[in-house]
Design a protein around this ligand. Structure first.
Ligand code: PLP
Length: 408
């Protein structure tokens, strides 16, 4: 059998994204397997941040709201992001955080089904989604949160107003069937909100094709928008005239600079805005979005699957004590691969010390987000060799790897 490293190098020679990888800053001597948490920094981010601070803010000051188009950035970038998630122009707005956008999307969904009071979500959902539902329920007497333990499809019935579902599970990387779930929800008269945090930027998402009602997601993971980068919200055009959301700040007003006393929401996607947006973060995000212009997302998905399949195959062969919790089938998972180990926290800390950056999710998950934009197959082989060495040597048992940091 061919030597795994030689095989990986051959795959890399045929990699159509090699030049794209060079557009990222990656620290020497590190293998970054955490694109599912915070994407790497596009080199152009420094330039856009400099230009925005030195020229747009420093020189042009308040004029930049018009001159540099600051006021329109939420929809300018929304339209740039739209093709990546299968949305049309005027259906996506970039703003706020995923959690806040979820709150707005939830009430928008409920406003489409005023006679129903049940929100169905996954018990294993990313916690902020559930926490925001709890908060919404505390503000809306009669709202009933129902949690599906396993198969959410079987739980959708005619009482459900809104189905909230994660496109890719943050723990296992399992991909949910957007077409089937959305169709089932619509048959039952419900609307669906998809959380795209772990799918936007790694494969072609088809919101329009599947008739999705609402979606939300972040831009700091696979879209490489930077720490705390603004999130996005999608609302299908057919719903825009009918939906409302409760965070009715002046940026969502039909005429914000008329300074009227009463609120009248914008009729388009701007109705989902609330207040002034963090322009420096927006500009840094632009560098992330630029990377995707003209990129073949189907080819990107193929590379992503090649990386994750190689990672799984090498771990299965060389570190059989690690238990795969992600789907074996490449088509059934996103770009993330997870394994369990009883001492996963300490193992991950030891791995990070050796320059292989993944993360840990309680109680026992080693999580690796394999961004196809800047990782090579050779990186995968090297990372697995280091992980194997850490486990074989038992170095992870040293006390310093047990100390829990606030962010894991
Ligand atoms: C599925 C999912 N939803 C939401 C969030 C976080 O939301 P926020 O951007 O508001 O922190 C995350 C963060 O990792 C996530 O994985």
């Amino acid at each position: 059998m061919e030597n795994p490293l030689a095989h990986a190098k051959a795959l890399d020679r045929a990699d159509p994204f090699q030049a794209v990888g060079n557009r990222f800053y990656l620290p020497e001597g590190q293998i970054y397997l955490n694109g599912n948490s915070l994407g790497a920094m596009p080199k152009a981010a420094l330039e856009t941040a400099n230009k925005t601070t030195a020229q747009e803010w420093g020189q042009d000051l308040i004029k930049s709201w018009n001159k540099a188009g600051w006021f329109e950035l939420p929809t300018t970038y929304g339209d740039r992001l739209a093709p990546l998630i299968g949305a049309g122009l005027g259906e996506v707005v970039v703003c706020d955080s995923t959690s806040i956008n979820l709150y707005k999307a939830l009430f928008a969904g409920l406003s489409l089904c005023p006679e129903r009071h049940v929100v169905l979500a996954e018990a294993g959902s990313f916690p902020t989604d559930l926490y925001m539902l709890e908060g919404a329920a505390s503000q809306r007497p009669g709202l009933n949160i129902r949690l599906a333990k396993n198969d959410i499809l079987g739980e959708i019935d005619e009482t459900v107003a809104v189905v909230l579902i994660n496109h890719v599970d943050y723990r296992t990387g399992k991909l949910a069937d957007m077409g089937r779930i959305t169709k089932r929800a619509h048959e039952a008269g419900a609307v669906v909100i998809w959380d795209l945090c772990h799918s936007a930027g790694i494969f072609p998402v088809a919101l329009g094709q599947h008739n999705v009602d609402l979606a939300i997601g972040c831009t700091y993971k696979y879209l490489n928008g930077g720490p705390g980068a603004p999130a996005f919200l999608y609302c299908a055009k057919r719903h825009l005239p009918h939906v409302s959301q409760p965070l009715s700040g002046w940026w969502g007003h039909a005429r914000p600079f008329a300074f009227e006393t009463g609120f009248e929401g914008d009729t388009g996607i701007r109705k989902f805005l609330c207040g002034t947006q963090p322009i420096l973060s927006f500009r840094v995000l632009e560098a992330g979005l630029d990377i995707f212009s003209g990129l073949d997302m189907t080819a990107l998905r193929a590379k992503s699957q090649s990386l994750s399949s190689l990672f799984i195959a090498r771990i299965k062969a060389d570190i059989p004590e690690l238990k795969l919790t992600s789907p074996h089938e490449a088509d059934a998972r996103g770009a993330q691969v997870s394994f369990t180990h009883p001492e996963a926290y300490a193992v991950m800390q030891a791995l990070i010390e050796r320059g292989v950056i993944g993360d840990f999710r309680a109680p026992d998950v080693l999580r690796f987000g394999l961004s196809p934009l800047y990782l090579s197959h050779e990186d995968i082989i090297k990372a697995v060799a280091i992980l194997q060495d850490i486990l074989a040597s038992g170095i992870w048992q040293q006390p310093r790897f047990q100390r829990r940091e606030r962010v894991t």
